[in-house]
Design a protein. Structure first.
Length: 222
């Protein structure tokens, strides 16, 4: 099993609830599945550039015109996206660790998603065939912490909608969510209790992931 872990939290683990969820998740996963191949990407160490006009041309002009020849500048604009997409395409499971900021994903996570959700890298697109995945990711685990509390389908929650819609576009519909909510101590006296419950849930999800069988997909790929 190959797991890609992308983290978008600048805080140290002792101050970051979402990173503590990740620590619990991976401790249990590695305990149960020591042979797991784990790749970690800390977006504050490997910062994604914002989507540029050059990247747009490199990604989309060949889709609209098969004869289009990208310039060297346009090729260079895809360097980060290509490197990250290679790791993404090799993964069976994608784990995203982040806080909710202003009701959605941190900007640095959105920038990373903009880089990898790119035609020719993680999916192909054509009028005849529609969208076809170029990856093998089967499941996404979302590890989130938020100051407030959000009920299911809360209209203020743009974070899970963003992740679900963006990755659903390239064929990933299985999304497991572990959410440490109510982490603002100014408003919630039970913040620590909420965190402990979420950490336990992260361990339980890790058990589910450890039970996943990707052998058939790997055999098919061969």
């Amino acid at each position: 099993m190959n797991v890609l872990h992308v983290c978008a939290n600048p805080k140290p683990t002792e101050e970051s609830v979402s990173k503590q969820l990740a620590a619990a998740f991976f401790a249990k996963l590695i305990e149960l599945k020591p042979e797991v191949e784990l790749v970690n990407v800390n977006l504050y160490d490997e910062k994604p550039p914002f989507y540029s006009y050059e990247l747009y041309k490199r990604a989309w002009y060949p889709v609209f015109d098969e004869s289009y020849e990208p310039s060297k500048v346009e090729e260079m604009a895809m360097n980060y996206a290509s490197k990250q997409a290679e790791m993404f395409n090799a993964a069976d499971v994608l784990v995203l660790t982040m806080p909710m900021w202003n009701f959605t994903v941190p900007a640095i996570m959105k920038a990373w998603m903009d880089q990898i959700l790119c035609p020719g890298l993680t999916f192909s697109i054509s009028k005849e065939d529609g969208i076809k995945p170029l990856h093998k990711v089967k499941s996404i685990v979302l590890l989130v912490a938020s100051g407030g509390i959000y009920k299911e389908d809360d209209e203020r929650d743009a974070l899970t909608r963003q992740v679900r819609s963006a990755f659903g576009f390239i064929g990933i519909d299985d999304l497991e969510i572990v959410w440490a909510e109510g982490q603002n101590p100014l408003f919630f006296d039970n913040a620590e209790e909420n965190k402990i419950m979420a950490i336990e849930a992260a361990s339980e999800i890790a058990e589910d992931v450890a039970d996943m069988d990707f052998s058939e997909e790997e055999d098919d790929a061969e």
